[in-house]
Design a protein around this ligand. Structure first.
Ligand SMILES: Cc1cc2nc3c(=O)[nH]c(=O)nc-3n(C[C@H](O)[C@H](O)[C@H](O)COP(=O)(O)O)c2cc1C
Length: 196
């Protein structure tokens, strides 16, 4: 493997920002499929793939979400071309005979709801991060959000309790005029890392 080209690094990292304002340009279902097909290749423990994605594009779907959003997240979400609801499947292990045929991995989680919950949350969060990078690789901008009522969203979208919401992510083509300013600093290597 070799390092990817500088313009790819710029698109994925250096120039990528969290967007709040969106150009009036739709996001096609074909592009969402392309993003998913990249995202799904990122690693998860025992290849558990617990993330479930719901792309809210219709006015009707956005209205179902509206009452559960924190006030500061309402306007940008209502006008975003698509809002991804990233959730996890508490029964993800039912797919393990297919996804991880090398061992009886289903037995590691069946009847162990706490272990299943921690595993589903950890790995769906990882998949959420892969999702953001995959969306950027496909030319999309992202606006991830945890400012909403998980309980309210779960009641509205997942009444049978099998899926739980993790976070939301607005998707589209960002309008840089909506950025709060220059990028806020990040911790330096020395502040956040130790080689031991
Ligand atoms: C999981 C997650 C949850 C976030 N929740 C919110 C939110 O509820 N509302 C909001 O305006 N921004 C939210 N943000 C945006 C962050 O504040 C933003 O990504 C961060 O400040 C970095 O900004 P930058 O990408 O422009 O450098 C969230 C980001 C992430 C990754």
């Amino acid at each position: 493997m070799s390092k990817i080209a500088e313009d790819c690094l710029n698109q994925l990292f250096h120039n990528a920002r969290t967007h709040n304002k969106w150009q009036d340009k739709p996001v096609s279902n074909e592009l969402l499929q392309e993003v998913y097909n990249l995202m799904r290749l990122g690693p998860t423990s025992a290849n558990s793939c617990p993330l479930r994605l719901f792309f809210l594009k219709s006015k009707e779907a956005k209205e179902r979400l509206r009452p559960h959003l924190d006030p500061g997240n309402v306007d940008k979400t209502m006008v975003a071309p698509a809002t991804a609801l990233l959730a996890f499947d508490l029964l993800f292990y039912e797919n393990l005979p297919y996804l991880f045929p090398f061992a009886n991995a289903k037995s590691w989680f069946e009847g162990k709801p706490e272990k299943a919950l921690v595993t589903a949350f950890r790995n769906s969060t990882l998949q959420g991060a892969y999702f953001i990078i995959a969306a950027r690789a496909c030319g999309l901008d992202c606006g991830p959000m945890s400012g909403f009522s998980n309980e309210g969203v779960d009641k509205e979208f997942f009444p049978d309790g099998r899926f739980k919401s993790n976070f939301l992510c607005n998707l589209g083509y960002g309008d840089p005029s909506g950025l709060p300013g220059p990028r806020a600093p990040r911790l330096s290597f020395d502040e956040a890392c130790k080689v031991i």
